[in-house]
Write a protein that binds this ligand. Structure first.
Ligand code: TRP
Length: 371
């Protein structure tokens, strides 16, 4: 059995999600819950259908309240250590879908402080500049400016800091150490940081002076932070935040997630068409060594990166996807052909995205919170 390790800052090995769900103590999203969501949305998002979002905490509670007329708000975020890649978009695209269907606010946190503290060679200025770049990607997805509030931790510090102090006072070192595996060499900023990530779970409750439920769409690696939030918030008389958690978007190389710190593993939203093309051409494939073998025995779509990208979101049509799967498995489509399908889809998506990203520059002030 292969070993794996998942922390908010590092993912190693081949992740067994069933094991991870048990280890983290989160709940699997089951058919029952999907049906409940569908009651409100009419359809079920591709990410739910295809198992991209697999786990949650208290989503059922949020729905109970919603059905009784109590609205929730969304919270998600991004650590601005570089440009946005395709994997980052997953929880954001999903948040947009929830916003549209439930007509709820979204608070989006850009943690330049976190990335400065955790990345050896990143300056605060660089993290802050990337926060701006990343915000453009968020806005490009089409969020409603009246319902979407984006802020960068150092720029919105006056509001956030006093609330982070409330959290810090209820959290001791032994808990953070146990949750994150810190040791005596850990810098003290890192120990404090999780308090900043908890603040948006109750920020709207502070602003509106009443308790509001919080739902966080996020990559499953961030769960440790929100375990702390769930522990602390009741002590401050706020609701525990709920969450809905996605699996990792595969990187271009064999195994592992798409990671901004490994340039070869990622397709960035700012990549040019020729970069997209050459990256996907070099991606790990499930094809056989030789053409002859491939035609004879077929390829393995389950480990093929181009196929995985189509499955995650680039081929929304289930029938077409199934056909590609069957044809690749039987050897009818070659790896170069499969990759070409993926290249076209990703190029088309990013072409549109980059146009909207450009327009976002003019709109950014409508979204940003400053104090
Ligand atoms: N820590 C996250 C990262 O490294 C950024 C983040 C802040 C976040 N708040 C969040 C992610 C809420 C998901 C949900 O990317």
């Amino acid at each position: 059995m292969q070993k794996f390790k998942v922390t908010p800052w590092n993912v190693e090995g081949d992740v067994d999600y069933n094991k991870l769900i048990k280890e983290f103590g989160v709940s699997k999203i089951d058919k029952n819950l999907l049906d409940r969501i569908k009651k409100h949305t009419g359809n079920i998002h591709l990410f739910l259908k295809r198992g991209v979002f697999i786990a949650h905490r208290d989503l059922d509670v949020v729905l109970d309240k919603y059905e009784k007329g109590e609205k929730f708000f969304l919270y998600t975020g991004r650590g601005p250590s570089g440009h946005t890649h395709l994997g980052h978009l997953i929880p954001w695209i999903f948040a947009k879908w929830i916003q549209d269907n439930f007509k709820v606010d979204l608070y989006f946190q850009l943690t330049d402080d976190e990335k400065f503290l955790f990345k050896e060679n990143l300056t605060l200025k660089q993290a802050n500049d990337f926060a701006y770049e990343n915000a453009l990607d968020v806005i490009a997805l089409g969020f409603d400016p009246k319902k979407t509030f984006i802020f960068t931790n150092t720029q919105y510090a006056k509001t956030l800091y006093s609330l982070a102090l409330e959290v810090a006072k209820k959290l001791n070192f032994s808990t953070t150490r146990a949750v994150f595996g810190f040791d005596n060499q850990t810098n003290v900023g890192q120990i404090f940081y999780t308090c900043m990530q908890t603040v948006p779970c109750f920020l709207p409750s502070v602003i509106c002076r009443k308790n509001i439920y919080c739902l966080i769409p996020h990559g499953i690696d961030q769960d440790p932070h929100f375990r702390i939030s769930r522990d602390v918030l009741p002590k401050l008389n706020y609701y525990k935040p709920a969450s809905i958690q996605n699996i990792f978007f595969p990187g271009l190389l064999k195994g592992g997630k798409m990671s901004a710190s490994n340039k070869n593993s990622a397709i960035y939203t700012t990549d040019k068409p020729d970069e997209i093309e050459s990256k996907i051409k070099n991606a790990f494939s499930g094809g056989k060594e030789t053409l002859k073998e491939h035609k004879l025995y077929g390829g393995n779509p389950d480990i093929d990166i181009a196929y995985q990208y189509l499955k995650f979101f680039f081929e929304p049509d289930d029938k077409k996807l199934q056909k590609i799967y069957n044809n690749y498995k039987s050897g009818k489509i070659l790896t170069t052909e499969l990759k070409q399908i993926c290249i076209e889809k990703v190029k088309a998506f990013l072409f549109e995205h980059q146009k909207k990203r450009q327009e976002a520059k003019k709109k950014i002030n409508e979204f940003i919170l400053n104090d």
